[in-house]
Design a protein around this ligand. Structure first.
Ligand code: XMP
Length: 586
């Protein structure tokens, strides 16, 4: 649905790289509207664009079946910029040479500019660039000059200035390329002649108009999760259609964070939403999860319960009748099949689809006001709508809620000492290559990420390593207890999660991490039968992630408060990157 956005001046061709959306976001940050398209989009469908950027990707251009592009684009008058795989693809499709390099080039390099072409206007020589490649262009195609090199890569940039075709081996879209923004700026404004046409906050009136058009005389119903996307989308509908016509429901599953339900209630009360309801389904969810320990079954049961309760709400409120349509908070990356969480779905089950919702989708009775926007742009719109900043800056939170952070055990079991530490038979999900692992965790007495990574590579029995931050009893004396999801444990997890959130917010640490799950595992001693695992990570999109160190003063403060919570025996930090661990434990 393109009603909410202008025609894109820049099209990003997606060759499967994890940075495709980052390129698009960087272009939009420069004020130019860009959209991502499949790499093989015919050149004729891009005739109205001012420029095309061909993204990086993991394949090799010379391997059969690898992503390609319409060669006509390279002969057309449209300006083109190839990045990484994009450079190799352009060289390969013309008559250049691409082969595997003698060695790879991963990380920081310095760019020697040999030809001051317009793409490098105002870019200083020898600046830092970020590289990630093994395949290399050895000879540029005819008509193209080598513009720059690095100590490892003789062809780090090529160009045919008259034809307005450029390509670079480095990644201008990442922060480690110090003049990357300048390179993109040169391409957009000097080479393509783009104008500034994109400022998300100023699009609110356009979006509201589109909502009125799509709805016509019909009313809109929303399931609000408490997350940023559904809240902003529902708020837009409230403003566009008014309270009488925009209804909403929030299901309290009992698996939410402390204060969450009240928070959501307060926000919509302050917006004057009379037809917004909190549905108390705590007993349904906790009842269904009572004896479940296996993560996939947990997810499945939560999904099924959601389906059942949403269906009940849709039917009892008559929202399936012809005069209602469904609103959804779908954002731009969710709409692109090759990006986002397509791969994550293989590792863990995500949302189920409600039959009633499917019927509404099939009948095209859906309004999705945010499908053109990235998360940061949704936040800008939220600010424009007056939603509280602390709400808009929230970290992502998984649909199944705290249930997948409350680990359960079938039976009591002791720790197993090893040369590297202690193995606890608390299983968690990992991802190695494209496949799922489900293995115990290794407890170590340090917080060294490099040593932790080495330990996982050494001991194939485990897929995760946690380091001790503090404990009320010697770690060697802890054991694993049989456990389930109970109201008592959920309350305990809510309390420790709230403590961690408060301290990381007050110290400003929450701004330096992408997400900070807090996990409860049933490892303890005596009456203290649970322990807390802190899992702060940095990430771009959740597909890969790095475990982030916690400053000693902060983890000391956290440990002090957490160890005082009733029932808590020890506090750990998860030192595992993704891969081989996943972000969530289940
Ligand atoms: P993993 O654990 O797969 O998580 O590394 C990647 C990102 O996805 C989030 N996540 C979910 N989000 N429903 C969601 O809406 C889910 O079932 C779900 N499982 C994981 C997770 O919080 C992280 O940001």
């Amino acid at each position: 649905m393109n009603d909410y956005a202008p025609e894109p001046q820049i099209i990003i061709l997606d060759t499967g790289g994890q940075y495709t959306h980052l390129i698009s976001r960087k272009v939009r940050e420069l004020g130019v509207y860009a959209e991502v398209r499949p790499s093989e989009t015919p050149a004729s469908e891009m005739a109205n664009a001012k420029g095309v950027i061909v993204s990086g990707g993991p394949s090799s251009v010379y391997e059969p079946g690898s992503p390609t592009m319409d060669p006509a684009l390279l002969r057309s008058g449209i300006a083109v910029l190839g990045i990484c795989y994009g450079q190799q693809l352009m060289a390969y499709l013309l008559d250049g040479q691409v082969r595997k390099g003698d060695k790879g080039e991963y990380g920081i390099a310095h760019l020697d500019i040999q030809v001051q072409a317009p793409i490098f206007a105002g870019v200083e020589n020898h600046r830092q660039v970020w590289m990630s490649h093994r395949d290399t262009v050895f000879a540029p195609p005819s008509g193209y000059q080598v513009l720059a090199s690095t100590s490892t890569c003789a062809v780090a940039a090529i160009g045919n200035v008259a034809a307005r075709k450029y390509a670079v081996q480095f990644h201008p879209e990442v922060v480690h390329t110090h003049e990357g923004r300048k390179v993109l700026h040169n391409f957009l404004f000097d080479i393509c002649g783009c104008s500034r046409d994109w400022e998300p906050a100023s699009r609110v009136p356009v979006v509201e108009n589109s909502i009125r058009e799509v709805a016509g005389r019909r009313n809109v119903f929303f399931f609000v999760s408490g997350g940023v996307d559904s809240t902003v989308a529902y708020t837009l509908c409230l403003k566009a259609l008014g309270d009488e016509r925009a209804h909403g429901a929030y299901v309290d599953t009992g698996l939410m964070r402390e204060g969450e339900t009240e928070f959501v209630r307060t926000i919509f009360a302050s917006l004057g939403a009379k037809n917004f309801h909190v549905v108390d389904a705590r007993a349904d969810f906790l009842g269904a999860l009572r004896d479940v320990t296996e993560p996939e079954r947990k997810r499945h049961i939560i999904g099924e319960k959601f389906v059942e309760i949403q269906q009940r709400i849709l039917e009892s409120g008559h929202y399936l009748d012809g005069d209602w349509i469904l609103g959804q908070g779908t954002i731009y990356p969710d709409t692109i099949e090759s990006g986002g969480t397509a791969k994550a779905d293989l590792i863990k089950t995500h949302h189920n689809r409600v039959a009633g919702i499917q019927k509404l989708i099939d009948e095209n009775r859906i309004v999705e006001p945010l499908t053109q926007f990235y998360k940061d742009e949704v936040r800008e719109i939220g600010r424009e709508l007056g939603l509280p900043p602390e709400f808009l800056e929230r970290h992502p939170f998984p649909g199944p809620g705290l249930a997948i952070r409350c680990l359960c055990q079938e039976a009591d079991a002791p720790l197993v000492p090893t040369s590297l530490g202690h193995i606890a038979p608390v299983h968690s999900v990992g991802v190695q290559g494209d496949s799922r692992s489900y293995r115990p965790v290794l407890i170590v007495d340090h917080l060294d990420h490099a040593k932790a990574t080495e330990a996982i590579n050494t001991d194939m029995r485990v897929n995760r390593v946690i380091g001790v931050i503090g404990s009320n009893a010697p770690v060697a004396s802890l054991t694993v207890f049989q456990s389930a999801i109970t109201e008592e444990r959920m309350d305990r997890l809510r309390r420790v999660d709230a403590i961690v959130r408060k301290l990381s917010h007050e110290s400003g640490y929450d701004r330096s991490v992408w997400q900070f799950p807090v996990v409860l595992i049933s490892l303890g001693a005596g009456a203290q039968r649970d322990s807390v695992v802190l899992r702060p990570i940095d990430s771009v999109d959740g597909m890969t992630a790095q475990s982030v160190p916690i400053p000693p003063a902060l983890h000391a403060a956290m440990a002090a408060q957490l160890l005082a919570v009733e029932g808590i025996a020890a506090v750990f930090q998860d030192l595992t990157h993704k891969p081989p661990g996943t972000i969530e434990w289940e």
